[in-house]
Design a protein around this ligand. Structure first.
Ligand code: UGA
Length: 433
């Protein structure tokens, strides 16, 4: 199949590379010429395990191409995937500026009937609008078949998720287009959910906001566990073994972040308000998530008798989750701002996110290159991202480097037993101190 993919962010690039890997002839299009140059040379601008190898192999096989020219990129393509960003807009709903610009930019080069597939997360009804707008503005009389094909990849495991997804959702109201999509996805051997356009668009929002709900739910239970002396890890294990509940996304911590959960929760709340059906559960999910970082900072301040002025805090991990340098929606941003506002100093360590952190953390933050440098003479350590090297850090070094051996673990990286008799004061989320 001849396919174009517009947008080479982590969704578009991984989609394009993997579709070429299973034998399609794919052209990825991005208006960023520098990025296109980098990609043509076989280098991936984002780190995703396994991506660069597949990129290079398929460029060599001549079935993966990159361009910033729409006319060249979509020429003779049967299917065009749209994978541009849909960031949060001013009123909380998704901002469709990039998507609308792409649609008006490509329409002048469309001369034959085409299938347009939306991978971007878009508000309900967007695919119908895409169809109408392209058909109305096309230079020749053509039929556009639109497909909603939401993406469920996680950052950090995107290639693995593409080949091992739980399901592929195809929303479409045209049989021929549905057949084309089934044909494209056949080699993945993943169950396909066929539905209409609006339901497919809703499945994406409902999936992400349901997972966000699981996280806020377990965080709320964790906070209650702290009051009554229970252990949330055991509670999560005990409820998660019930297959109706499922054990995943029940890890208590400082709350969810990233570019998707916060944005999609906001978008669904905004949609509910627009149609006069307020989303009470999701409003609470969002409230609990915002409060979760505050609770951790409150705990730190309380431990220092209400005053952290002039103390030094080692922040370990800044990215919104492990294995990414992405700082979008990272809880570390709120934590760092509150700590600096309260007059404390911060030594911050992250294996890869420091460059991105510099533009969102307070300017007073001191960035260091190792965990030891962060801990050295600090009054306590605060763990915010569960990087492997942090989870595997020898705890004796906390005692060796910190001037007060106190650890606040916002990700429950360590078992409680590890700290028994260690001489280190260990505070985690939802577990006895
Ligand atoms: C999420 C979804 O998991 C993907 O299915 C979806 O495709 C993607 O959004 C998207 O819409 O593009 P992602 O944002 O990469 O993927 O990250 P997740 O691994 O889902 O983690 C989200 C946040 O929840 C992180 O801050 C993580 O630390 C937190 N989390 C996750 C918890 O606090 N507890 C958990 O048990 C799981």
């Amino acid at each position: 199949m001849n396919i174009a993919v517009i947008g080479t962010g982590y969704v578009g690039l991984v989609t394009g590379v993997c579709l070429s890997e299973i034998g399609n002839n794919v052209t990825c299009i991005d208006i960023d010429e520098e990025k296109v140059k980098t990609l043509r040379s076989g280098k991936s601008p984002i780190y995703e395990e396994g991506l660069e190898e597949l990129l290079q192999t398929n460029i060599q096989r001549e079935r993966l191409h990159f361009t910033s020219n729409y006319e060249e990129g979509i020429a003779a393509k049967e299917v065009i995937f749209l994978a541009v960003g849909t960031p949060q807009g001013a009123d909380g709903s998704a901002d469709l500026t990039f998507l609308n610009t792409v649609c008006s930019d490509i329409v002048k080069y469309l001369h034959n009937d085409v299938v347009i597939v939306t991978k971007s997360t878009v508000p309900i009804g967007t695919n119908e609008n895409i169809k109408t707008s392209i058909e109305q503005n096309a230079v020749t009389n053509l039929t556009v078949r639109v497909v909603s094909n939401p993406e469920f990849l996680r950052q950090g495991t995107a290639v693995h998720d593409t080949f091992n997804g739980d399901r592929i959702v195809i929303g479409c109201e045209n049989e021929e287009a549905m057949d084309i999509m089934e044909e494209i996805y056949k080699p993945y051997n993943i169950p396909i959910v066929k539905t209409d356009l609006r339901s497919a668009e809703m499945i994406k929002y409902a999936s992400n906001t349901f997972l966000a709900t699981k996280i806020s739910f377990i965080n709320e239970i964790a906070n209650l566990c702290e009051h009554v002396g229970a252990n949330v890890d055991d509670v999560a294990n005990g409820i998660g073994m019930d297959s109706r509940i499922g054990g995943r996304f029940l890890k208590a911590g400082i709350g969810y972040g990233g570019s998707c959960f916060p944005k999609d929760t906001n978008a669904i709340i905004a949609l509910g308000n627009r149609v006069d059906y307020p989303m009470f559960i999701l409003e609470s999910v969002q409230y609990v998530n915002e409060k979760q970082t505050d609770l951790l900072v409150d705990k730190i301040i309380k431990r220092f008798s209400g005053n952290i002025e002039d103390i030094t805090i080692a922040l370990l991990g800044l990215a919104f989750k492990a294995n990414t340098d992405d700082m979008r929606g990272a809880p570390s941003v709120q934590v760092a701002h509150r700590i600096i506002d309260a007059g404390a100093k911060i030594n911050a360590y992250d294996p890869v996110a420091v460059e991105n952190a510099k533009s969102v953390l307070p300017k007073e933050v001191n960035y260091v290159k190792t965990i030891e440098e962060a801990l050295n003479h600090a009054n306590c350590a605060v763990i915010l991202t569960d990087w492997k090297e942090i989870k595997e850090y020898p705890i004796s070094l906390f005692r060796q480097y910190l001037s007060y051996p106190i650890v606040f673990d916002g990700r429950n990286c360590f078992s409680l037993e590890k700290f028994n008799g260690s001489g280190i004061e260990y505070h985690s989320i939802g577990r006895p101190s």
